[in-house]
Design a protein around this ligand. Structure first.
Ligand SMILES: *Cc1c(COP(=O)(O)O)cnc(C)c1O
Ligand code: SF4
Length: 348
């Protein structure tokens, strides 16, 4: 089982907004309007027909899902567009390669209770949902057994009890999937419950939604995120400067103006951002949007993503080039995740 089941349910079922819903629910209409069919996306982007055939099998394994807000930032007719390549199912995904596995980062071993992972001291990660607002082809969670994770506040009781029972936990990360796929009333309740645990100080949200569907940053979200005593931090995920359009910048400005610190993580991806100019431009553009570069991740060796891998020697050169041209605070830490380590391993 993987992300697919949960995703299609959320995308087509639970997300139906009632008629006359407020503008703050507009992101749900965006979910409904997203591209889910290869043919449809290819037609919209004026891509050659033979593009479709190659990706059919890959799309059957892990369906295409691309919001229109993101698709609008892709250059029509360009099969090498760096945004397109993140989301387009291609034949290479179906090739098995030694060393690329379904569980490359040891998530199963780090499970404390269903839906709660702890790998590092002081912080634990809640898998709040398996759904995402985009299907990134390189995702290390594409094979994660989300069906074993709880869905809903009652189902989280075990995880909340585990958090309450461990006084060493000072930070809770909401992850998934994408936690902002949940509705604001549910998130508000969940955050209130976490805040009742005295030893928890910080709440971290790992999300791609402000980038995929910027209208997700609505008043309700800003309310639950800032009314809590927990100190919030939002970590977004942007791989290329073209993702940071004016709509995304607006959403990030709202978060920043509400006092929420913003960090970004990037995955180093072949043919997408594996050159120093792109990575430097990304850092500068992030800073314009009030986001600090945090991590540049070496790709997790997940099955089906081998064609995205950039070797470490190249990664090191890219970091060196960035360091020689940018202020230190705009150079992300280049890291990789090794199962069993006590932190992300810093490569440079
Ligand atoms: C990456 C990760 C974290 C966060 O690590 P930081 O270095 O604090 O950003 C926490 N828990 C899990 C399970 C992770 O994979
Ligand atoms: S948004 Fe994150 S969790 Fe979801 S598919 Fe993309 S990389 Fe994976």
């Amino acid at each position: 089982m993987n992300i697919v089941t949960t995703d299609s349910q959320t995308a087509s079922g639970n997300c139906i907004a009632p008629k006359g819903s407020s503008p703050s629910e507009g992101w749900r209409s965006s979910m409904r309007a997203a591209f889910r069919r290869l043919e449809e996306l290819c037609r919209y982007l004026q891509l050659p027909e033979d593009f479709i055939a190659g990706g059919k099998q890959a799309a059957a394994d892990f369906p295409l899902f691309v919001p229109r807000e993101f698709a609008a930032k892709i250059r029509p007719g360009d099969v090498n567009d760096p945004l397109l390549r993140q989301v387009l199912p291609v034949e290479s995904e179906t090739v098995s390669l030694e060393g690329f596995t379904a569980n490359p980062v040891g998530d199963h071993e780090a499970t404390l209770t269903p839906g709660l992972l702890q790998k590092y001291q002081g912080r634990a990660l809640m898998i709040t949902t398996g759904a995402c607002a985009v299907h990134c082809r390189y995702c290390f969670r594409r094979h994660f057994p989300y069906s074993e994770s709880p869905k809903g506040i009652e189902a989280w009781e075990t995880a909340l009890a585990a958090i309450a029972g461990d006084v060493s936990l000072h930070e809770i990360l909401l992850s998934g999937g994408d936690p902002l796929m949940l509705t604001d009333p549910i998130l508000r309740q969940l955050v209130q419950r976490i805040a009742q645990v005295e030893h928890v100080k910080r709440l971290r949200i790992h999300t791609r939604l402000p980038v995929m569907i910027p209208s997700r940053v609505n008043d309700e979200l800003l309310t639950w995120l800032t009314e809590t005593r927990l100190k919030p931090v939002v970590v977004i995920h942007v791989n290329h400067p073209h993702e940071l359009g004016h709509d995304v910048a607006g959403a990030l400005a709202r978060l920043s103006e509400a006092g929420v610190p913003l960090l970004n993580q990037t995955v180093l991806l072949r043919g997408i951002n594996d050159d120093a100019a792109t990575l430097s431009e990304l850092s500068e553009r992030l800073f314009d949007c009030r986001v600090m570069p945090y991590y540049l991740h070496q790709l997790d060796r997940v099955q089906g993503a081998a064609h995205f891998e950039v070797d470490r020697a190249t990664g090191l050169k890219l970091i060196a080039a960035m360091r020689s041209s940018l202020p230190g605070y705009l150079v992300p830490r280049y890291v990789e995740e090794i199962a069993g380590d006590t932190s992300k391993r810093v490569i440079a």
